[in-house]
Design a protein around this ligand. Structure first.
Ligand SMILES: [Zn+2]
Length: 234
């Protein structure tokens, strides 16, 4: 049964890169009945990575294949390309390989067909050509961009899906949109789509506390459907 038959409101989460901080995040999500989609680079599983942010270099580790299968049980695994390279700079064949090979490897690993996708890299990480290739030549059924929208209406172009807000890093934007969803009384279904990277929560311990507070605040609301991306979008 599609969620819109019973609900007018849904909240879904999307976290990228398949990193060890996700273990703590999934425990929190499970505690509060929150559902999430995790976007994985299959050829980077088990590898260390670094990230430059605000003048600091952060180190983090990607979960191994064994852990990916176990840690995310009850949530959705989606593709994030094989190696986290920018698709707009690749040939058509390169895009197909980076997406479809990743999707098939992950499908085999988790034992169900992976149909979700999140574009890797910040800045301009997608365009019409890349979205068209993914739609025509891969088994991906929805692809999340990094361009935010204020609208929580159902979206028609699922290959350039726009999220609403990056979890706890954006001041009060999350609270404002959540309040709007909670107070919504209309007939059109609304989706609040929240995304992020769990290593960002390590920047400051207050972020972990803030996110748990948020989960506590939204959880158990009878008029909100909590589903993975594919359950909510497809
Ligand atoms: Zn990423």
């Amino acid at each position: 049964m599609k969620w819109t038959e019973k609900y007018k409101k849904a909240i879904t989460f999307s976290y990228d890169d398949g990193i060890t901080q996700d273990i703590r995040l999934v425990e929190l999500m499970n505690k509060y009945g929150i559902k999430c989609t995790f976007n994985i680079n299959s050829e980077k599983m088990g590898m260390p990575s670094t990230l430059d942010r605000e003048g600091n270099t952060l180190s983090f580790y990607r979960l191994t294949a064994y852990d990916v299968k176990k840690v995310y049980e009850g949530h959705e695994i989606a593709s994030h390309t094989l190696l986290h390279k920018r698709l707009t700079e690749m040939t058509d064949e390169g895009v197909i390989e980076a997406v479809e090979k990743d999707r098939l490897t992950l499908s085999e690993l988790v034992g169900y067909e992976v149909v979700g996708f999140a574009y890797p890299c910040g800045g301009v990480n997608h365009d019409d050509r890349v979205a068209g290739i993914i739609k025509e030549h891969t088994g991906v059924k929805y692809a999340r961009t990094n361009k935010k929208t204020d609208s929580m209406q159902l979206q028609h172009d699922l290959y350039k899906f726009l999220p609403n807000v990056s979890h706890v890093m954006q001041g009060d934007r999350l609270d404002v949109l959540t309040e709007r969803l909670i107070n919504y009384n209309g007939d059109e279904p609304q989706i609040l789509y929240i995304y992020g990277h769990s290593f960002e929560l390590d920047f400051d311990n207050k972020y972990w506390a803030k996110l748990e507070e948020y989960f506590k605040f939204i959880s158990g609301r009878k008029d909100i459907f909590f589903g993975t991306n594919k359950e909510v979008l497809l």
